[in-house]
Design a protein around this ligand. Structure first.
Ligand SMILES: *Cc1c(COP(=O)(O)O)cnc(C)c1O
Length: 465
């Protein structure tokens, strides 16, 4: 399997090089040259398999010969042995045709663990084979950071630097990063918002000298392997509800468009998904794009679902590439428009195919909090604010979207967002036992202003020590 850049200039790479590179040198994102399709028999057979076995079958064609069969199986087993639920991503029935897919049973309590645990294992295996080291830099809107650190905890071949927006993530999220004591893990707080953090990371990747010097790698959702690992739970959950004979729809709380794009890949692989429904908070650029065909950047708002406080949805570029007939120079032009004037337009054909596959909805802050309360009252479940955004949008679907079972993705454990849950319900959700000392441990963090140079200094200084 080979991967091409969405901007059409960088040369095609294999899976291993795409995993290690993250972003393409032309500024684009890597996508597979073609999507392998599974037969209905293959999909049907997933019903009797364990999560790990489905993961192997779904991902193997994309991974090519980067790992031997037995090596890849071992990496998958290792990755998911860190989960605290034997189903890995259990499906919970709320009411008839209304399901919650719980993606937060990994070590850091958010769905980012599903991909990151596997990525940590894959990196380790490749670095060991190459006898090499890597410097991993990630921007986080709250959950990617701790998931990345946890995945590389104690790995002596990689340093991990996480940039998070100062004061814009929950205290639990921050402490999950700043209280880790391993020497290869570094938390950096940035005076800015998530888009600023993401832009700093991009600037570092575009600095070829720095990039080579520190052997820079990225594990943000721009990394293809993240998307790939997330396709798996679309298969396991749909099959549990009768796919491929029966269709399902998914409602996905969306920020950077990584999770829902994985659903789109699953659909292209032959999984019969009826609708993919984008659920946004008040930062609703994707919802507006579906309504108007114009992708227009606005000011970032602070909401109670901080992991979705994003305006530039990086992975949307991958979808755009697919919708705009894989024309790299057209994508490069639109991205240039976005950076020059904060907007670009979809071609009419692309907008039509976008609407063929996706619906969208948005939930205000108040609706999100009211939904947490009403879910607790109706079903006795406490959900995190991101999950509540999805459930609110699921509640407002029209008939086109509800003719099949609807699976809403529960992307984080409620205890990661105690402030929002307490405001909504009056109760403070309990952290799992393993985090008992989280709120009292000492924190370790470097503050930087919004400056790429300063971040590069910190990184160089720390890894060469
Ligand atoms: C990252 C995150 C999201 C958004 O996922 P994207 O892949 O960026 O769309 C939603 N909810 C939670 C809890 C997250 O951590």
């Amino acid at each position: 399997m080979r991967y091409i850049s969405t901007r059409g200039v960088s040369p095609a790479l294999n899976f291993e090089d795409v995993l290690m590179a993250g972003l393409a040198r032309d500024g684009g994102l890597y996508v597979p040259e073609f999507i392998p399709v599974l037969s209905s028999e293959e999909i049907k057979a997933f019903k009797s398999l364990k999560y790990e076995e489905v993961a192997y079958s779904v991902m193997k064609p994309f991974v090519g010969d980067t790992f031997t069969k037995s090596e890849f199986k071992t990496l998958i087993e290792g990755a998911y042995s860190s989960f605290y639920n034997s189903d890995i991503c259990p499906l919970v029935e709320l009411s008839k045709n209304n399901f919650l897919l719980e993606l937060f049973h990994g070590p850091t309590l958010a769905f980012k663990d599903v991909a990151m645990q596997l990525i940590g294992k894959m990196f380790e295996s490749i670095l060991r084979r190459r006898n090499s080291r890597a410097t991993i830099v990630a921007a986080t809107s709250g959950d990617t950071g701790s998931a990345a650190m946890e995945a590389f905890r104690g790995n002596d071949l990689a340093d991990v630097f996480v940039l998070f927006p100062e004061g814009r993530i929950s205290g639990v999220q921050r402490r999950q990063m700043t209280t880790l004591s391993e020497k290869n893990l570094h938390a950096i707080s940035v005076g800015g918002d998530f888009d600023d953090c993401q832009s700093l990371v991009k600037q570092m990747f575009n600095n070829v000298v720095f990039r080579e010097k520190v052997k820079l790698s990225g594990v943000n959702s721009i990394n293809w392997a993240r998307v790939l690992a997330q396709t798996v739970y679309y298969f396991t959950s749909a099959v549990a509800l009768g796919a491929p004979q029966n269709k399902v729809s998914f409602v996905v709380p969306t920020g950077n468009f990584g999770n829902i794009f994985a659903g789109y890949i699953a659909k292209q692989m032959g999984l019969p998904i009826h609708r993919l429904i984008i659920a946004t908070n008040e930062n609703d650029i994707l919802h507006r794009t579906l309504l108007t065909g114009e992708y227009v950047r606005e000011n970032l708002l602070i909401t109670s679902s901080p992991s979705m406080d994003i305006q530039i949805a990086s992975n949307f570029e991958r979808l755009l590439f697919s919708l705009e007939e894989k024309n790299g120079s057209k994508i490069a032009k639109k991205m240039q428009d976005l950076s020059n004037s904060g907007r670009f337009s979809l071609s009419p054909g692309a907008l039509d195919s976008l609407r063929e596959n996706f619906s969208s909805g948005s939930a205000s802050n108040q609706e999100t909090l009211l939904t947490i309360e009403s879910i607790k009252e109706k079903w006795g479940e406490i959900v995190c604010p991101h999950t509540a955004v999805a459930l609110k949008v699921a509640e407002s679907l029209d008939d086109r979207d509800t003719s099949y079972p609807v699976i809403s993705l529960a992307t984080a454990h409620p205890a990661k967002f105690p402030e929002a849950v307490e405001t909504a319900t009056g109760d403070i959700p309990n952290l799992p036992e393993r985090y008992a000392d989280l709120l009292t441990k000492e924190e370790r963090v470097v503050n930087v202003k919004d400056s790429a140079l300063r971040v590069q200094e910190v990184i160089t200084d720390r890894i060469l020590r």
